[in-house]
Write a protein of this length. Structure first.
Length: 286
């Protein structure tokens, strides 16, 4: 074999060997998954078990997808918002006048889907007891009652502090907004017909068991949850670490009753008052 061919063959073998070595030692990632649990305990703003108020009714929606705008690991119960390890901040814009979540560039994930994956090397080593998640959007099916019939429709609820929306598709129908919408804006589609509205300010439930030691701003939708066991990143991990964020959707869609039948009947004047998720339980697996 000629010398130049031998050199070429050796170069190929060396490069192939390096490639194999790199594949054999992949860098571990932190993977964030979402889970929507209909049976998880239903909490209030203080993280305490909550019942449905007199005069209201509620149902458990079938959530199809969700978006968050902020995820932070907090070492202790006294770690203030923003002083923990921030692992994700979503896109924002002032195109609508005020700073707002940029809905068009948001990340979405469904039940048991991966929402985020980043190298573990980007996460500060340490032990974390809590996680904070600023929710932005949720979409799913709810039941409505109209004309003596039950229907299933699709609800889009914007629970982020402020949301800049150009337009969005809701079960095949295009909703055009081109403006900022504050927390509580919603749109609904059923049988090809759409409607939209705005829940009253300050009524969206945002469970925070650390209300006394680490409060969050009103309207921020930063839901707080505690790891069952403290979550430690050593910096020596050699495999992926998965954090599953389990959100309670237990009777999370709530309205004022006009007809006391436990059915959501907008044609009777029943108004949406709460679309907030009802708790967060994070867990870790390798």
């Amino acid at each position: 074999m000629k010398p130049n061919k031998i050199l070429l063959l050796l170069s190929f073998i060396i490069c192939f060997s390096c490639s194999e070595d790199q594949d054999d030692n992949p860098q571990p990632n932190l993977i964030i998954k979402l889970n929507f649990d209909a049976n998880q305990i239903r909490l209030d703003n203080l993280g305490q078990p909550a019942t449905i108020p007199n005069g209201n009714a509620a149902q458990t929606p079938l959530i199809k997808r969700m978006s968050a705008n902020y995820i932070e690991f907090a070492p202790t119960a006294t770690t203030l918002l923003g002083q923990g390890e921030i692992i994700y901040e979503g896109p924002e814009t002032n195109a609508g006048g005020d700073m707002a979540i940029n809905f068009q560039q948001s990340i979405f994930a469904g039940d048991d889907d991966v929402f985020l994956s980043i190298p573990l090397s980007q996460v500060e080593t340490g032990t974390y007891e809590w996680v904070r998640v600023s929710l932005a959007y949720q979409e799913g099916d709810i039941s409505i009652y109209n004309g003596n019939d039950d229907f299933t429709g699709t609800l889009a609820s914007f629970v982020g502090y402020n949301n800049y929306i150009t337009e969005f598709d809701l079960n095949g129908s295009t909703i055009i907004v081109n403006d900022d919408k504050l927390q509580g804006f919603w749109a609904f589609e059923a049988l090809g017909f759409t409607t939209q509205g705005q829940a009253p300010e300050g009524v969206t439930t945002v469970p925070n068991p650390l209300f006394n030691t680490s409060p969050v701003p009103q309207g921020s939708c930063v839901v707080t949850g505690q790891f069952l066991n403290a979550f430690t990143i050593t910096g020596n991990e050699n495999q992926d670490v998965t954090v599953t964020l389990s959100f309670s959707i237990n009777n999370s869609f709530e309205w004022t009753e006009v007809n006391n039948d436990g059915k959501y009947e907008p044609s009777a004047g029943e108004q949406v008052v709460d679309m907030g998720l009802r708790g967060l339980v994070p867990s870790v697996s390798n």
